[in-house]
Write a protein that binds this ligand. Structure first.
Ligand code: GLY
Length: 403
C-alpha cells in the first residue's frame, strides 16, 4: 500500500510539474514549424544569390554581399543549413552545407582571429553533432581549437580578440568558448576547457559594470595583465550598453553554465538577463535598439539624429535563443519570465515588421539588424548571424515543446 501511495504521489508530482512546464509555452507547434518551413524556402533563394566560392553576409541597396571564408561570419550559413537539415531531414541541405565546409576547412589554420568559434564551431561543430562522423570532422575542429588557444595569454588570462589596440578582448569572445569546451570533450584533453573557464572568469571580473551591463572592449597590457582601457568599438560610446554585446554575454554565460555546471555562471547569466529584460529602453516588441543607450543620446553624439532609432534584430535573435536555454536551468517563475520574453521576441521577429517575404531581402530571413554604426557598416540590413540565431531559437523552442 505504502509503495502504491508513493507511486501515486510520484505520479502526482510528475503530472503537476509537467503541466506547469507545459503551461509556460504559449506558441504553437504550427507557428514554429511554419517559420522553419519558410526559412527553408528562403535559404534556397539565398543559396541561388551566393557565388559558389563565397558565403552570404548581407544584402544592401538591392545587392547581395558575400564574403570569403576568413570573414568572421563565414560559419553561419553552413550552420543555418545544418539546423534546417536537423529540422527537416532534407539531405540536400546537408549536401549544400558540406560544399561550403570544403571551402571553410582551411580556416582551421587561421591564428589571426578569435572568431574561430563562430567560423568553425557553428559549422563543423554542428555537422559533427548531427552526423557523428568524427573521422571527417574531428581533425578540423581540434586543429581549429589549437589555433584559437594559440591566442591565449596566461598573464592577461584571456584569449586575444583582435590585432591592433594593445591586447584587446571583446565581449563577443565569450561565444568562441563553446568551441573549446567541446574540443575538450572531443579530444579528452582538459587544456581547452581550462582556457575557456579562465577567459570566462577574467571577463566576468573586467568586462561587467555594477549594473550588469558590459563594456565592448577591454584592452590589456600583455606583459603585466593590467587593464589599459575599457572602450567600445561598435557601441554608441564607451560607457554605453551595445545591444549585441549584452546578447553575446547572456548567451556566453548561459552556455558556460551548461558546459561546466559552475553555479557562478548561471547566477551571472540570470543577472545579465535581469539587466536586459528590465531595461527602460527595451521596446515593447522585445527587439532592442542597436545600443540600449541609443534613444537617450544627447544631440552632441555623432549618432544622435540619424541613428537613434535603429533596432538590432540580431541581438533579439541571440537573446531569445539564450533565454530559451536559460529557462531550462531555473525555477518556474524565472523560467516563465524568460520563456515569455523569448516568445515575444520570436513573435516580433516572425512578423512582417522583421521577417522578409519569401523571395525578397536577398534570401535572408530577417530584416533590420545593425553591424556597426560607428563604422557606418551594415546599418538596418539583414545579417547572416541574425538568421542563424533566429533559426536556432525556433529549433530550441520546438525541442522544448517536444520534450
Ligand atoms: N562579433 C562581431 C559583432 O558582433 O559584430
Amino acid at each position: 500500500m505504502k509503495n502504491r501511495l508513493n507511486g501515486y504521489m510520484l505520479l502526482f508530482c510528475v503530472t503537476v510539474s509537467v503541466s506547469v512546464a507545459k503551461a509556460q509555452y504559449t506558441l504553437k507547434k504550427d507557428f514554429i514549424e511554419k517559420n522553419l518551413n519558410e526559412a527553408i524556402k528562403q535559404i534556397d533563394y539565398l543559396g541561388s544569390n551566393t557565388p559558389g566560392e563565397k558565403l552570404p553576409r548581407t544584402y544592401e541597396a538591392g545587392k547581395s554581399i558575400s564574403s570569403g571564408t576568413g570573414w568572421w561570419t563565414s560559419g553561419f550559413y553552413p550552420g543555418t543549413l545544418l539546423y534546417l537539415y536537423e529540422y527537416s531531414g532534407n539531405e540536400e541541405l546537408l549536401d549544400r552545407a558540406k560544399q561550403k565546409l570544403k571551402l571553410l576547412e582551411k580556416e582551421k589554420n587561421n591564428t589571426t582571429t578569435h572568431d574561430l568559434g563562430f567560423m568553425l564551431y557553428c559549422s563543423f561543430g554542428n555537422i559533427l553533432r548531427l552526423t557523428g562522423d568524427s573521422s571527417a570532422y574531428k581533425d578540423v575542429l581540434l586543429t581549429g581549437a589549437n589555433s584559437l588557444i594559440s591566442r591565449f595569454n596566461p598573464v592577461t588570462k584571456t584569449i586575444r580578440s583582435w590585432e591592433g589596440w594593445t591586447y584587446p578582448v571583446i565581449i563577443d569572445n565569450m561565444m568562441n568558448l563553446e568551441f573549446l569546451t567541446q574540443a575538450s570533450k572531443i579530444s579528452g584533453e582538459k587544456k581547452y576547457q581550462d582556457i575557456a573557464i579562465t577567459h570566462a572568469n577574467t571577463t566576468m571580473k573586467n568586462h561587467y559594470r555594477n549594473d550588469m551591463s558590459c563594456y565592448h572592449v577591454v584592452d590589456y597590457n600583455p606583459q603585466t595583465g593590467d587593464i589599459v582601457a575599457k572602450k567600445t568599438a561598435q557601441g554608441a560610446f564607451d560607457e554605453s550598453a551595445w545591444a549585441r554585446g549584452q546578447a553575446w554575454g547572456l548567451y556566453g554565460y548561459t552556455m558556460m553554465y551548461r558546459e561546466t555546471k559552475r553555479k557562478e555562471y548561471l547566477q551571472f547569466a540570470e543577472k545579465i538577463a535581469t539587466y536586459i529584460l528590465n531595461h527602460p529602453n527595451m521596446p515593447d516588441d522585445g527587439v532592442p535598439f542597436w545600443d540600449f543607450n541609443a534613444p537617450d543620446l544627447p544631440a552632441s553624439s555623432p549618432y544622435a539624429s540619424q541613428y537613434k532609432q535603429y533596432r538590432d534584430a540580431s541581438a533579439a535573435a541571440i537573446i531569445a535563443s539564450a533565454l530559451l536555454e536559460l529557462s531550462t536551468y531555473v525555477k518556474n517563475t524565472k523560467a516563465k519570465e524568460y520563456v515569455n520574453a523569448a516568445e515575444k521576441m520570436l513573435v516580433s521577429l516572425s512578423s512582417d515588421s522583421y521577417k522578409a517575404p519569401i523571395g525578397s531581402n536577398g534570401g535572408f530571413i530577417l530584416m533590420h539588424s545593425v553591424g556597426s554604426i560607428p563604422h557606418k557598416s551594415e546599418i538596418d540590413v539583414p545579417l547572416t548571424y541574425a538568421d542563424y540565431y533566429y533559426v536556432e531559437a525556433l529549433l530550441r523552442y520546438r525541442n522544448l515543446l517536444r520534450n
